[in-house]
Design a protein around this ligand. Structure first.
Ligand code: SF4
Length: 246
């Protein structure tokens, strides 16, 4: 089979996983370039550029020693530059990694050969890309975009994506970014989609970072609403930002 083994990467670095249920683990982050959405709260706008000329690799805690690789990079070459980064888990993130699904699969395969655990962070919209990752990803962290927060209404797209994600046999959890405007009906819609597949799948409610803080009582109300339909609902902020880490 002809597989695409080159792609566009925005940056690679090692840090703590700051989001979701694996928060606090040390991960190697491979941030793919390009995204098919434009969420109003996007905190990685630089990664939305589809064909950046260079990929930054930060080998360790000392960001002064970073390397610059020419894009597109090939999977084997990128792996060699990541070999000494700290973290058994590799997080394929973006941007949107599934826009480069074949390259994503090539990288996942290469890292798995060396015993890494593969996490995929995705905006949960490109279901048609998932079959190329069957058996190559251990964890899928999928977003469900909340219309009042993101500016996108994608419920049917997310439902189809969740169906396909569960078929990959990866462990799946869902993340919903909320703010003070998020309504109970929105988190209930999200919880209803999850419950229609498996009410035990974790749902992480993540308050949007930055100026628009979310009152704690509002987070509790949203969590209480979601718990009517889903068993495991957690409220987790972006911990790497609290610690001022990348
Ligand atoms: S899906 Fe992620 S990378 Fe893309 S615009 Fe939304 S927040 Fe930014």
């Amino acid at each position: 089979m002809n597989r695409v083994s080159v792609g566009w990467i925005h940056e690679v670095f090692s840090s703590i996983q700051g989001e979701g249920i694996f928060c606090g683990q040390r991960h190697v982050f491979v941030r793919f370039a390009g995204c098919n959405l434009s969420c109003s709260y996007c905190d990685t706008p630089g990664a939305r550029l589809q064909n950046p000329s260079a990929c930054r690799v930060v080998p360790g805690a000392d960001s002064c020693s970073c390397l610059s690789l020419h894009n597109p990079v090939d999977a084997d070459g990128l792996f060699e530059h990541c070999r000494n980064l700290v973290g058994r888990a590799v997080c394929l993130t973006g941007g949107e990694p599934l826009m480069q699904a074949e390259f994503c699969a090539a990288l996942a395969r290469r890292f798995r050969q060396e015993g890494h655990v593969i996490h995929l962070e995705t905006n949960g919209t490109l279901a048609e890309a998932l079959p190329s990752l069957n058996g190559l990803v251990d964890v899928i962290a999928m977003d469900m975009k909340i219309p009042s927060t993101s500016g996108c209404e994608l419920w049917q797209t997310h439902e189809l994506f969740l169906t396909r994600a569960l078929e990959t046999k990866a462990f799946v959890f869902v993340k919903a970014i909320v703010d003070a405007r998020t309504e109970e009906s929105e988190i209930l819609q999200c919880a209803d989609i999850i419950a229609s597949k498996n009410r035990r799948l974790p749902l992480v409610i993540q308050p949007v970072n930055g100026k628009k803080s979310v009152p704690g009582e509002h987070l509790l109300r949203l969590q209480e609403a979601a718990l009517r339909l889903v068993d495991d609902v957690r409220v987790i902020p972006q911990c790497h930002k609290v610690l001022e880490l990348p």
